[in-house]
Design a protein around this ligand. Structure first.
Ligand code: SF4
Length: 440
């Protein structure tokens, strides 16, 4: 009998990608053949995001897109939008199953024998468990060199703009044994680099272990070449983690630490846990301990009350800090949040203009960061050949490198000398493997 086909579509963050990979593996374990999203399928799982209004709209579009190419597909929506948008989702014709956060990892069981009945079944709980957790199996990342490894979920901070504490619940951590088990499984599947993910991973706490213990345990995983910490709140990065980063042979010199604003009044209204001076001091301390580190950040424009002077403070601070790049987000009003009650809205045109200014500045910062590697040799994990003929991959410092070579470099670590930087890419040449240390 031909196996049923399942496809998956992930919206939003890296954590959602990690969860989709696990959900996908649970379908494969039940005998499904996993097919690419956008092709004919029997079941499609859309793992949604609700961080902005735009993300909600993308979910609705995705449901319509699936039903267009696979009118008989059994369509499941799970993830953050399924937790907070059930009523809207129920009105989407053709949707078969809505699964909230609490039952997200049980989607394959809940689908059972997929049979369309003309209306959406809802599996939802407004209560989300708080205890330590484990995850089934090993994530399925078809054709990817890097794999995500979920170590934490939820958040106890209450940033005024953020819906995540409502969509994902309070902070909770995955047991250390289970993290290490999946890490071994991912390495056995051929992944050389793992990216630790969660909502607020710096608050990891399980059975007496903290984030440092997770890093130390993963350092001992044979066959794992690189480990990267994804987004982490600046106030949760301990001295011990920085010291570990400075000496580890696997943990990459890379941190993505959201700043959100460089203006103290806005930071206070956002309910962030630091001032602009404290953030700057933190960054200076990081660079002292881990020279050459790639530092990225997230910044939000158009937060209620962000006047021209506040925006200038943000732009100036970002320009001055030794950051390699940032992602710019426009404020989006979210239900349940404190900021929804704030007046002093920023006109959309001004928000767009601020976004444009910061994006341009980020591009210049990134080029400057990349340029400091010219003439140096870096370690690159090959990912894919581009249409240009260059083979691309990322260095330990998260520099995207284009290599001029005929060699097939997929999932191999090679030493590359950086010759120039052009159009957002560091161009380099392969050199002998034995000449440099793991981080350079
Ligand atoms: S730290 Fe703030 S922005 Fe990040 S998930 Fe928690 S509440 Fe949201």
């Amino acid at each position: 009998m031909t196996p049923l086909r399942a496809s998956f579509h992930t919206l939003g963050c890296r954590l959602n990608q990690a969860e989709t990979a696990t959900i996908s593996a649970t379908f494969a374990a039940r005998g499904y053949s996993i097919v690419a999203y956008g092709t004919d399928t029997d079941v499609c799982v859309i793992n949604t995001c609700s961080v902005t209004e735009g993300a909600d709209a993308k979910c609705r579009q995705a449901v319509r897109a699936v039903l267009k190419h696979s009118p008989h597909a059994y369509v499941v929506v799970t993830g953050c939008y399924a937790q907070v948008g059930v009523e809207t989702l129920q009105r989407i014709p053709g949707l078969d199953l809505i699964v909230g956060t609490e039952h997200k990892m049980q989607v394959a069981d809940l689908v059972g024998i997929p049979k369309k009945v003309g209306h959406a079944r809802v599996v939802h709980s407004s209560k989300i468990s708080r205890g330590d957790f484990t995850m089934a199996g090993v994530g399925h990342y078809e054709g990817q060199t890097r794999a995500n490894l979920k170590i934490q979920d939820g958040c106890n901070f209450a940033c005024a703009f953020c819906i995540i504490p409502f969509t994902r619940g309070g902070a909770r951590s995955r047991t250390l044994d289970d993290i290490v088990r999946e890490a071994h499984g991912l390495v056995d599947l051929g992944h050389r680099e793992l990216v630790l993910t969660g909502v607020n991973i710096g608050t990891y706490a399980s059975g007496g272990s903290d984030l440092l213990h997770v890093l130390q345990a993963l350092e001992r995983v044979d066959g794992l070449a690189r480990l990267r910490i994804s987004s982490i709140e600046p106030t949760t990065v301990s001295e011990a983690v920085l010291e570990w980063m400075a000496t580890s042979t696997k943990l990459c010199p890379y941190l993505h630490v959201p700043i959100q604003s460089g203006d103290d009044h806005v930071l206070q209204r956002m309910k962030r846990h630091y001032t602009s001076a404290e953030f700057a001091a933190f960054i200076a301390g990081v660079v002292r301990r881990v020279p050459d580190i790639c530092l990225g950040t997230d910044v939000m424009v158009g937060f209620p009350g962000e006047d021209d002077a506040a925006f200038t403070n943000t732009r100036t601070l970002l320009a001055d800090l030794p950051l390699a790049y940032w992602h710019v987000f426009s404020y989006s009003e979210r239900p349940h949040t404190l900021a929804q009650r704030y007046a002093e809205r920023v006109p959309p045109a001004r928000t767009q203009e601020r976004s444009r200014i910061l994006r341009e500045l980020s591009t210049r910062k990134k080029t400057a960061f990349y340029r400091q590697f010219i003439g140096r040799t870096v370690r690159v994990l090959g990912e894919q050949r581009e249409a240009s003929g260059l083979y691309t991959g990322f260095s330990d410092h998260y520099v995207k490198v284009g290599i001029r070579t005929e060699a097939e470099l997929a999932n191999t670590l090679r030493q590359v000398r950086i010759d120039s930087v052009e159009q957002g890419l560091a161009l380099g040449t392969l050199v002998d493997d034995s000449t440099v240390s793991p981080h350079l």
